[in-house]
Structure formats: structure tokens, C-alpha cells
Design a protein around this ligand. Sequence first.
Ligand code: URA
Length: 219
Amino acid sequence: MGKGRLVVVSHPYAEHLLTILRDRSTGLRAFRETMRKIGLLLAMEISKEIPARKVYVETPLGVKAEGKLLDTGRVVVVAVLRAALPLVEGMLEVFEDARLGLVAARRVEEKGMRPDKTFEIELNYTSIPSLGREDVLVVADPMLATGSTLVEAVIEILGHSGKPGKLVFATVISTRIAVDRLRNRFPDAVIYTVSVDPELNEKGYIVPGLGDAGDRAFG
Ligand code: URA
């Protein structure tokens, strides 16, 4: 069995945006706006996974130029509520014709993180467009801490909405343990992230991380 691919998006503007997100003094409005920008930037990178068709256009000089147009109608973006909302808003600026799905999931934090660094997950709501072999499924969640939520969400999606041709995860900060979990569970997937942070604390929060992405964005 192969192992899913990891792509770390690490150019200076991505690092600039990530630094603003990490900074505890960044307020709610700036946090949301920065998350939107990072979503746009991640989607630009993820566009390498999207089919493109060759076209010919006529330029103002009256000559034909060969070009490529992304088939963004083949993209299905799934937002894991609520933290992914601003991230996905930015992604949809690139994936203009994408269909959108929603997953509401909660880590049962009252029960604590298990010794194998997983959480029990409560999936409260899913609404996913039906998926076909031509589709690229992009599951967005800014914080990939243990991978528990994304594993549960994707099992549910693949079980009830069909099989996409390609599975992509769009995350901002991840941990090695969660990346490995997704790569083992979904060997054909591609994981895009901006940073792989070194630690998970005992409560399952990423360190240094940025805190609770949902609370930072929405209060
Ligand atoms: N979810 C968050 O929002 N932050 C973390 O550090 C972990 C999970």
C-alpha cells in the first residue's frame, strides 16, 4: 500500500499570513480576513490537482494563443464547521464553479484525548453533493491536530456520497502524527498544509499553533 502525499506550502507570503494568524493580538476581523487569504493561497497550490483543458483564445493582436482553463466545476469543497468557513471563502475565489459540502463535527473534549492521541468524534450534520470519478474532493479544516475529525468525516463522506477521483486535504497547521494518520488511512490522498508544528499538548491542541481556530475567527 502506498502512502498519501504531503505538500508543505512554504513561500514567504504564506509564512507572513501564518505569523499573523499565530499572533494572539490578531483580532477576530483580521483573523478571518487572513484565514480567507490563506485559503486563496492554498487553493492556488491545490489547483495543481485540478484538471485543466487546453483552449485557444484570440489576443487583441489578432493572433491565437494556446492556454489552459481549470475545470473548477469538478471540485467539491467540504468545509468542516465552523473553523473552515473563512478558509473556504478564500478557496472559492479560485475554485469559482466548485460545489460545496458541509460537515459539523465536534471532538468530545470532555472525554479527553485517548492514549493513542485520538478523540471520539461526534458528527452532527453532513450535507455533501454526490461525488463521481471525475471529481476532486477537497476537505478543508485549518487545524489538523490528531486527524480524528477528518478520518471520521471522510469515512462518512465516502460511505454515503460516492467516490471522488482524487482526495485532497486543505489545512493550515498540522502535526506529524495527524499527517501520518491521514496518509496511512487514505493512501491516495494529498495533504496540503502551511506548517507542520512540532507538538500536541495534553488537551489535543497544536503547539505553538494558533489556539482554537473557530473561537479566533468567530468568538
Ligand atoms: N483545533 C483548533 O482549533 N486548534 C488546535 O490547536 C487543535 C484543534
